[in-house]
Design a protein around this ligand. Sequence first.
Ligand SMILES: Cc1ncc(C[n+]2csc(CCOP(=O)(O)OP(=O)(O)O)c2C)c(N)n1
Length: 961
Amino acid sequence: MSKRLEDERRSFLFGSNADFIAELQGRFLADPASVDPSWQRFFADLHDDAASVLGEVRGASWAPRPSLIAGAAAREPAIALEGAAGNGEGAAAREPGADRIRQAQLDSLRAIMMIRAYRVRGHLIAKLDPLGLEKREYHPELDYKSYGFTDDDLDRPIFIDNVLGIESAPLREIVKRLRETYCGAVGVEYMHMQDPDQKLWIQERIEGHNRTEFTSKGKQAILERLTVAETFERFLDRKFTGTKRFGLDGAETLIPALEQIIKVGGKLGIEEIVIGMPHRGRLNVLANVMSKPFTAIFAEFEGNAPTPEDVQGSGDVKYHLGTSSDREFDGKTVHLSLLANPSHLEAVDPVVLGKARAKQRLRGDVERSKVMGLIMHGDAAFAGQGIVAETFELSELYDYRIGGTIHFVVNNQIGFTTNPSSARTGAYCSDMAKVVQAPIFHVNGDDPEAVVHVARIATEFRQRFKRDVVVDMFCYRRHGHNEIDEPAFTQPRMYRKIAQQPTTRQLYAEKLIQEGEVTADAAQRMVSEFSARLEHDFEAAKGYRVNKADWLEGAWSGFEVAHGEARRGETAVELDRLREIGLKLCSYPAGFNVNRKLARLLEQKRKAIESGEGIDWATAEALAFGSLVVEGTTVRLAGQDSGRGTFSQRHAVLVDQESEEKYVPLANLSADQAVFRVIDSPLAEASALGFEYGYSVADPRTLVLWEAQFGDFADGAQSIIDEFIAAGESKWLRMSGLVMLLPHGYEGQGPDHSSARLERYLQLCAEDNLQVVNCTTPAQYFHVLRRQMRRNFRKPLIVMTPKSLLRHKLAVSKLADMGPGTSFHRLYYDWAPRVPDNQVARVVLCSGKVYYDLLEELEKRKLKEIYLLRLEQLYPCPLHALSVELARFKQAEFVWCQEESRNMGAWFFVEPRLEQVLVSIGAARPRPRYAGRAESASPASGHYARHLQEQRKLIDEALSL
Ligand SMILES: Cc1ncc(C[n+]2csc(CCOP(=O)(O)OP(=O)(O)O)c2C)c(N)n1
């Protein structure tokens, strides 16, 4: 606890007054009329708050209890003496003196109650709205009369024992100080914070003087930043009239505020800031904060591609693009990296966190003081998008912490055409931040000094406490949602007001001119000089050509654009090494009380490793992870209950049955191994997946995996999948080697636990963007995981992972299947053809678990003329390998068998490709036949008997000759 906090605890707030108030309250509760009317009002107003206020006044039960009353009494003699002098009677004077003491005590206590009310609710009447549309001038709890004071008391000195940095002051002065601190251009919400040190730090930082006195140079710098922000938008408006740019007009103060965050951050040790932001003002930030060349931006307006012509990819609109740069302030360089993002508001939030976390690791920033996250938000999106709450939830979790993010809300008090009253329930768009006890600074965007001031406090707070903090800048949107929109259709009153509103720069320039800080000429010169520079760059943009894509630099140097077909990578591992790792997977320290059932399982595992036979899915996975970490590749696997595994299969974390201590065999393989981290994620999909995606983009040398509890739950993260994972490389030239593990398989568990929606991923596949596999053996799984890290490019990998196959007697591999000479096979053969190729009547192709159902039935029926072929990798589809393999059976009938419904699974994806192959090889019957469930709205039946019946039918359709 800080010294200041201790002092505060000792102060009268926590002294014996508590007993006094409690006593008063007791009397009030018994009979309201028994206490003074002002106290009646006070207790009545408190309602349910009474307990918390009294709790706060009382302080901790152990707190020492010298009291305010002593302080008030110490000053009392002077008052008492006056009284005594007044009536000249010594004995009688003691009575009025006692009354005075009582009065002084009451005054102090009432003042303290009022101060507390300002701390809690002062922001409600702060002057936050530059447009002044919403009048918020009065709140009864902020009225001194509510505390029993009258106008006659205004000049009476009141002892408050340094609470506002004042020992004693007239009521008038106290109220003035409170209004300046809590109800000016800044409204602070911090009384919800549970940590006393953090709360007190904020209090001290603002109650002394809630403004920064800027130097002349500082003020000019703010004006200069406002000037470039405004002039840039005006210039774009003039040169590209009617082109969408989602301008910053009305929120220009964002630019000096960001500048302040970078500058103060640099001074306080920040070396890198990972930034996420929406469309609004993005071009301005790119140009004026990230230093993206104006020529490049103008060229993009002219329709030029942001990447060199020889680089493939769809590209993206200019207000979604990211960039990175170095900024230097006072000799400190801060690297800025603004993430590209999709239109889906707030989806980038967890990606920022994941990227920042990876960067912290790469820099060895264990204190999390060198790399920081900074996310900008629009007010409507901040309140509305669930991923915001999810991301806040990540902020303090051990495996997700980045030591705090600064959230900056560009609160223009409108969302497209929607008013705040329709956009949220709470008073502020920032209410969600209270979930993590973040302090929230609401500030008037037309007071640039106040905004820069709170930006500074926010940065200091983040660096000191390593926690999230919010700046909510009230501003306005000068034009429509974009520059083509007519805002007066829906907000005529607001837009009439905006039309009359001078710009923030104009207002601030006038202020500085009046203060004598700049001359009108100088202010105007700033505009004209910057305009001239823009004109110059506008001309230069005509010949501007991007000469280099920046995507394979830094952490990505050494990687290449993927090419070729098989791309097996070196995935085999020496058998000795596999055995050594495998045995360590089954061991734990002496004295570790492992669960008895688990001990038996580990024993079975040991036998499998020793014999080299019967390696199951989970063991193969552990061998893949283990071999990677031993080779120096970090592995990070996150998902709901991933430590144990949803199906009790993984047991990556052993728990001592007595002490609950944890032991992770994969983290104890060798002294110089890389990190293995398995994480039980929060029960969230979008943020958890977005985080891992962000991590994978920053660190290509870590195997990053996200696991869904059941595959279909990943649909809660659909925008991360569609916008980042599937399209990120094409849109933004950003590779990712993220692996998604999606439990999938029809096992009669009902509609919601059967399908990982394979079809969704297959529909997203194009231009070599993803890899989708549904493999059938543990060794295949081993290879496909290792392959992810053993090639010189990165692609997201989608794996349909099994459930019942985790314990299926046939779904096992030999250690030798992972040993020298082995690799992943996209197409998996039936190893023992039962008849010569030209006697094969039918080839049944399939993928995943249904293979074992087919195999068992095939053997039961002793069907020799049917050949099974497993398509283990659906995308990229191994067309060449398929044609080579299928050409052996030109006379045969070809069947695609799947357990998913016809409108789901892989059929729609496989059918045209298979037909193409069959035509190309001259097959007698080039159209594949379908054997699977009929079309259905729900993925699977909820009735087990029906499930079995359907399963039997589809196997029968595939195998009946
Ligand atoms: C997830 C999502 N839903 C809808 C939209 C469409 N949209 C784009 S901007 C916008 C309004 C956003 O308002 P706000 O967050 O206040 O930011 P502002 O545009 O006012 O700066 C909407 C609804 C979107 N981009 N993303």
